[in-house]
Design a protein around this ligand. Structure first.
Ligand code: IVH
Length: 662
């Protein structure tokens, strides 16, 4: 009996490890999430039925073991070094020439992203993960093995022909998306927010309770080694291939380069892709490829001479906090916004920053007049990283959160479940303005020319009071507004009228129902086909829609069962608004096909191309894998194209995509 359980455990261990490897290292999942959960659960159950049978290298160990009192110290066999940083093409040229001066011109370089995460070392002895440690001071770090074991992309056992000893180094990162989620959760629980994804990754690894780490969806990219015994490789590129064979995850955005101009081009290419990556990177790392040349170049102080970090333009700046404004959002949440003395960061003039909520203001210790470090990450709104307290003059003032709504003046209410303070007044003009701005916005109804300012004026002049009244505006009414000539009044009127027959997904998204983003709106529109059916849907019916769970279903019901909302929608319909079913212009031509879009297309935006594909039954994903059927390629396509070519994925131009649809 025991032996049959044992053999079942062994089979399941192989299946789960294989699934992890295919998912994380090869990026080619072969079993569904449901199937994975099923075999994983069975393995956990069998192992817990008899502790003798639990293998320490079992992938189930990833759920997190016992909590610790503190971390023990771990001395690295080889010091963990740092990289020299450069910031400009001139510095790169100097570096390149220094290399050629020592090793001649017969060398190649590997370019990789510089991950902005937490440096980690994993020690594999005879293929088994024995220790995972942080960098610490480079000589001694902290033993964080039980936490690192919870990361799904970290194998507990190496595959294939692994070396006797392998110290692999890499970066633990957290997805930008997960970082936002964690901060939201922390805000809810009155905990200080993490300033950036790197801190969130570090904070998650330094959790004494591995079960908390296990919930954080951390990820690992391997990029270098410490001591290795029993492996042969002549180049860094070959080492990367061995990593994959051993089951260790590397990044696909890496390239072999053979001239100074290729190095500079690689930097520019990665810089362009930076914002579209799901995690933070802060530059590229350029490494001499040939190990013999690496040895020849050796080390200087605490850095290898064979590698360099070429960093992106500073995304941080220092400025002063002039004022904090409070804004009311669509849902009534009051948000503080920092008004800053203008500062240039990464080529953009920054004049304001988000402050999330009162907790963040308190955890930063922020005061009016403070000198602050501001960070801009991609296209997201800049945020305040820290306060430079040394610059205080004593004249700084405490920031007070308003007791009344900055827009309508009603008392604000804070509930126990969330930190947010809210205005509960349904007819608050500030809330209404935000609701209408969202409705008219580009990604929702896309009413051309109806910008934020116009909405505020129209509300103030009482020409509109909700969605439906937008469609009661006439050129005559619009003409009464200041600085609104006859022609522009007519133009705005036409722009509004034109949106009466927008597609249903845009309309649903425009309603601003909590948790219903563009993608959910689209899935709802496809599923229900017509507005009435959607608004009459029961909870059970809503839960049948892909990606709709309890929380979303309840938010939709809260909207659709509300009498005022029903009246408003009825009025919209009475005013001639008639959202078009997505299927009408679509079809099922692309059913079962998966697309990825990259680069700039000649006439469609990426969003438009994605909608077009989805409305014809196709699926659009963010990254290229074996399961991608087509890559839609525009100008300046980057690593996705490289990956697609590696995998032999079919490429389509915009014209070819359109041809496919017809
Ligand atoms: S190679 C001498 N490759 O950057 C170290 N490091 O300043 C050789 N890092 O703490 C490391 N991305 O953890 C290398 N693609 C990459 C990297 C990378 C991020 C980190 C590394 C180290 C720091 C060096």
């Amino acid at each position: 009996m025991k032996s049959s359980i044992k053999s079942r455990i062994e089979t399941l261990m192989v299946q789960v490890s294989e699934a992890n490897y295919r998912y994380y290292v090869l990026d080619q999942p072969t079993i569904s999430d449901e199937k994975y959960d099923l075999i994983f659960k069975e393995l956990v159950e069998l192992e817990s039925s008899d502790p003798d049978l639990a293998d320490p290298a079992s992938p189930t160990q990833k759920v997190g073991g016992k909590a610790l009192d503190k971390f023990s110290k771990y001395r690295h066999r080889e010091p963990m070094l740092s990289l020299q940083n450069i910031y400009s093409p001139d510095e790169l040229k100097d570096f390149y020439e220094r290399w050629s001066g020592i090793i001649g011109t017969d060398f190649t370089v590997v370019g990789e992203p510089k991950f902005d995460g937490l440096a980690i070392e994993l020690v594999y002895e005879k293929g088994l993960l024995t220790v995972a440690s942080t960098r610490g001071d480079g000589e001694t770090g902290e033993n964080v093995t039980s936490n690192v074991k919870t990361i799904r992309s970290v194998p507990l056992k190496l595959r294939g022909d692994f070396p006797n000893l392998l110290e692999v180094r890499g970066e633990i990162i957290i997805l930008k998306e997960d970082f936002e989620k964690i901060n939201k959760e922390r805000a809810k629980n009155n905990e200080p927010l993490f300033a950036n994804p790197r801190n969130a990754a570090a904070g998650s690894i330094r959790q004494l309770d591995p079960k908390i780490t296990a919930k954080r969806h951390l990820d690992l990219f391997c990029h270098s080694v410490g001591r290795v015994e029993g492996a042969n490789y002549k180049t860094h590129w070959e080492l990367g291939k061995l990593f994959s064979k051993w089951g260790l995850r590397t990044h696909s955005l890496k390239k072999e380069l053979s001239s100074l101009s290729e190095l500079q081009d690689f930097f520019s290419q990665v810089e362009q892709e930076r914002d579209s990556l799901p995690y933070e990177i802060d530059g590229v790392v350029l490494k001499i490829n040939e190990i013999k040349h690496q040895v020849e170049l050796g080390f200087v102080a605490r850095s290898p001479r064979w590698a360099v970090a070429y960093k992106f333009k500073a995304q941080e700046g220092i400025t002063k906090l002039k004022e904090v404004k409070f804004q009311v959002g669509r849902t009534g949440v009051i948000t503080p916004v920092a008004v800053l003395e203008p500062v240039w960061i990464g080529g953009v003039e920054v004049t304001s920053a988000t402050l999330h909520n009162e907790i963040q203001i308190r955890s930063l210790g922020l005061k009016l007049g403070d000198t602050v470090v501001v960070k801009r990450a991609g296209d997201v709104i800049p945020n305040i990283q820290s306060v430079i307290t040394a610059k205080r003059t004593g004249k700084e003032k405490t920031i007070h959160f308003p007791k009344r709504c900055p827009s309508c003046g009603e008392d604000v209410v804070s509930s126990d479940e969330e930190v947010a303070q809210r205005c509960l007044n349904m007819s608050c003009i500030g809330r209404l303005a935000e609701t209408l701005k969202h409705f008219a916005s580009k990604r929702a109804m896309n009413i051309e020319g109806l910008g934020d300012k116009w909405i505020e004026i129209l509300l103030e002049k009482k020409l509109i009071h909700h969605f439906s009244s937008l469609y009661e505006l006439t050129p005559e009414k619009l003409k009464t507004l200041e600085r609104q000539g006859e022609r522009s009044a007519q133009k705005l009127f036409e722009a509004i009228q034109k949106t009466k027959h927008n597609s249903l997904d845009r309309f649903i998204f425009g309603l601003g129902i909590r948790f219903v983003g563009e993608r959910t709106a689209e899935l709802l529109a496809i599923h229900f086909g017509e507005l009435e059916t959607f608004l009459m849907a029961t909870k059970e019916e809503l839960l049948q829609v892909e990606e709709v769970g309890e929380k979303v279903a309840e938010a939709i019901l809260e909207f659709s069962l509300d009498k005022k909302n029903r009246k408003e929608v009825a009025q919209l319909l009475a005013n001639g608004v008639c959202p078009q079913p997505l299927k009408a212009h679509g079809g099922t031509t692309l059913q079962g096909k998966t697309f990825v879009i990259t680069g700039t297309l000649p006439s469609l935006s990426r969003d438009e191309a994605a909608t077009l594909i989805r409305s014809h039954g196709g699926k659009v994903t963010g990254s290229v894998s074996k399961s991608t059927d087509y890559l839609v390629v525009g100008e300046e396509a980057g690593s996705k194209l490289v990956k697609a070519r590696e995998l032999g994925v079919k490429e389509l131009s915009e014209v070819q995509l359109k041809a496919l649809l017809s």
